[in-house]
Design a protein around this ligand. Structure first.
Ligand code: COA
Length: 157
C-alpha cells in the first residue's frame, strides 16, 4: 500500500523486526516476541527506512487484534498512525474478520483519542492488567497506567 510516499508491507523475516520501535508501544520484550512469532508484522517505510510498525494477532470469534502499533518519534503526528490503522482494517476485511480490536492503557490519552477518531468504540476494561503483567510501574501524562481499555471496530456494518 502506498500513500504520500509511505509504503506498508508485511515483514516476513521477523528477525529484522524494529525492536526499538515496537518497545515504544510495549516495554515487554517477551510479549513482543510472542506476538511477532504468532502474529502478522507490518512495517511502514519512507524510502528504505522503517518509520512505523504494527502487529496483528488472530483472536477467537472472527476477530483480529492490533497488539502493537508504533511510529518513529520523528514521524509522529503526520498521519502515519492513521494509515496503519486503515491498513489493519483493510487487511481484516480482506481476510473476512468481522471485528478489529485494540487495547491501550488508561493513561494513554492521545491513543484513546486517535482510536475513537478512527471509529473504534470502548468495549471493556481489563482491570489491573498492567499491574499484573508488567514488573515496572508505567506512568504517562502524570497518570499511572493500571488498566487496559479495550476498543473494537465492527467491520460487518
Ligand atoms: N487529544 C486529542 N487528539 C489527540 C491527542 C489528544 N491528547 N493526541 C493525539 N491526538 C490525535 C491527533 O490530533 C491526530 O488526529 P487528527 O489528525 O484528527 O488531528 C491523531 O491523534 C494522531 O494521528 P497520527 O498522526 O496518524 O498518529 P501517529 O503517526 O503519531 O501515530 C501512535 C500514533 C500512537 C502510533 C504514535 O504516537 C506512537 O507510536 N506512540 C508511541 C507508541 C504507542 O503508544 N503505541 C500505541 C500503544 S496502545
Amino acid at each position: 500500500m502506498t500513500n504520500s510516499g509511505i509504503t506498508i508491507e508485511r515483514l516476513l523475516n521477523i528477525s529484522s523486526a524494529p525492536m526499538e520501535l515496537l518497545q515504544l508501544a510495549d516495554p515487554s520484550i517477551e510479549q513482543i516476541n510472542q506476538y511477532l512469532q504468532n502474529g502478522y508484522c507490518f512495517v511502514a517505510r519512507a524510502g528504505s527506512g522503517i518509520i512505523g510498525v504494527m502487529i496483528l494477532f488472530d483472536q477467537i470469534a472472527s476477530s483480529i487484534e492490533i497488539k502493537n502499533i508504533a511510529v518513529d518519534e520523528n514521524w509522529q503526528g503526520k498521519g502515519i498512525g492513521k494509515q496503519l490503522l486503515q491498513f489493519a482494517e483493510s487487511f481484516a476485511l480482506q481476510h473476512s474478520y468481522s471485528r478489529l480490536l485494540i487495547g491501550t492503557g488508561n493513561s494513554s490519552i492521545g491513543q484513546l483519542a486517535l482510536y475513537q477518531k478512527m471509529g473504534f468504540e470502548i468495549s471493556g476494561i481489563k482491570k489491573n492488567f498492567f499491574l499484573i503483567h508488567y514488573s515496572e510501574p508505567i506512568f504517562e501524562n502524570g497518570i499511572q497506567c493500571k488498566h487496559m481499555i479495550m476498543l473494537e471496530k465492527d467491520l460487518s456494518r
